[in-house]
Design a protein around this ligand. Structure first.
Ligand SMILES: *Cc1c(COP(=O)(O)O)cnc(C)c1O
Length: 443
């Protein structure tokens, strides 16, 4: 049982890594994404029926960490990362359906789970005297704030956030720029896909890495993906115990990190039923699941901006999980939802049921609305608090959305971000300047 699980690259490189290396590196040496050699299969009896979310996480993730330096710490890491509520509560609009609220963490979006888990692992992997490590984050809005909140003031760590200028909500931009200390925000004159490409290019550049050690905290990092499995496992196990039925999920999807976690939980033998992906107008996934060849494309801006992804990175991991198209296409169902429908869904649910959803969650709610008569055992995944997207939501519903306390505290602080052109060379030059003129870091 104590033989460690090995991890390999989706691109088939021969390098076999252990979890410590996988978490520290983010990306595999050949530029692929790390995946476990095989997904473990778990017996439902292994889970404590009265356990907390953190207890479920520790049981679920144990096989991924067994036989390594982090194994003994895993229960504590899970408690540190998952120290907020993730309630599954009944939906007012649909009898038998629920909403899984993932937004009760510090940055008010589900990305807190992965970011806090990653930070808790790094705290244990780094030694005093190690060269400071820079975490590079490309964000379409919510990742950056979650990673910044998780690593803020952590010794030996620095966070550099890249976000597409003008394509995140004003409150998201404020959140990204408000940390200071060891966190810097760069507003990039381009799209999220540009930011993601620039981060990958810097991570894969040996010369830059030699100058200043870099890691990533994007959803390409397995250290974020694994803990995201916890809330699906916990919700599905609770449902199974109460109803003896698997729980079906509708997941708002962009880069496919959140939905892939749900798919892997099902592969591991947990009682997850159908999984539907709710996408915005960026239709690479819905076109593929409708039978077209997979065709990544430039992202288009939408109301659900954290899902403005034209080339979802985790598709590579989905392909690894189900290598053949005909196998993969039966696993999932994907629907593209346009901005008008997102807006109409927010308005209708606020008026008729008094429930306010963020634009991302609204894509999933629309799929449920569209489903016909039976909603029993379906759960809509709520990925962010609507107050984060007040500039979209408030004009639609004609009233203020109450701001949760953690978000309100961030909005009180001053914010700033540096402009950067959307080129790989510009980011590398910026990183070199930070090393050559470390005084530029202060302030
Ligand atoms: C990141 C994000 C998504 C998309 O999640 P992926 O893992 O990239 O598919 C959806 N909604 C919100 C609010 C997000 O922040």
């Amino acid at each position: 049982m104590s033989e460690p699980l090995h991890y390999r690259s989706t691109r088939g490189g021969q390098h076999a890594a252990r979890i410590e290396e996988v978490i520290a590196a983010g990306l595999a040496p050949d530029g692929g994404l790390y995946v476990p050699e095989a997904l473990p299969y778990l017996d439902l009896a292994a889970f404590d029926p009265h356990g907390s979310l953190a207890d479920t996480a520790a049981t679920l993730l144990a096989p991924f960490f067994r036989g390594t330096a982090l194994a003994a710490e895993l229960p504590t890491i899970c408690r540190e990362a998952l120290d907020f509520e993730v309630p599954l509560r009944p939906l007012a609009s649909h009898e038998g359906a629920s909403v899984l609220e993932l937004f009760h963490g510090p940055s008010a979006a589900f990305k807190d789970v992965g970011a806090r888990f990653l930070a808790a692992c790094f705290r244990r992997l780094r030694r005093a005297g190690d060269t400071p490590l820079t975490i590079l984050v490309a964000t379409s809005g919510d990742t950056g704030a979650a990673v910044a909140a998780a690593f803020h003031r952590q010794p030996g760590m620095r966070v550099v956030i890249l976000y597409p200028d003008g394509r995140v909500s004003p409150r998201q931009a404020h959140q990204l720029g408000c940390f200071g200390d060891n966190v810097q925000a760069l507003r990039v004159a381009g799209s999220f896909d540009d930011c993601q490409r620039m981060v990958k290019a810097a991570l894969n550049d040996g010369a830059v890495q030699a100058l200043t050690p870099l890691s990533s905290a994007n959803s390409i990092s397995l250290g974020r993906l694994l803990p995201q499995m916890s809330y699906y496992a916990h919700a599905a196990l609770g449902w199974w115990r109460r109803h003896r039925a698997p729980l079906n999920f509708i997941v708002p999807t962009g880069n496919l990190g959140n939905a892939l976690a749900c798919v892997w939980v099902r592969e591991m033998g947990l009682p997850v039923g159908e999984i539907h992906l709710a996408c915005n107008a960026n239709a690479a996934l819905s076109d593929y699941f409708d039978g077209d060849p997979y065709r990544p494309r430039p992202a288009v801006p939408t109301l659900a901006n954290a899902m403005d992804v034209g080339a979802p990175s985790n598709f590579e991991r989905l392909r690894w999980t189900f290598p053949r198209d005909y196998e993969l296409r039966v696993q999932l169902h994907a629907v593209s939802v346009d901005d008008d429908t997102i807006g109409a869904t927010i308005v209708r649910h606020a008026r008729q049921h008094g429930e306010v959803f963020c634009p991302h969650t609204a894509t999933a709610v629309h799929l449920l609305d569209d489903m016909g008569a039976t909603h029993a055992s379906w759960a809509v995944v709520a990925t962010a608090h609507p107050a984060k997207f007040d500039s979209v939501v408030e004009p639609l519903i004609g009233r203020r959305v109450e701001v949760p306390p953690a978000l309100a505290a961030m909005l009180q602080r001053p914010a700033s971000a540096e402009p950067l052109p959307a080129s790989d060379a510009a980011l590398k030059a910026w990183l070199r300047r930070q090393v050559e003129q470390p005084q530029a870091v202060a302030g």
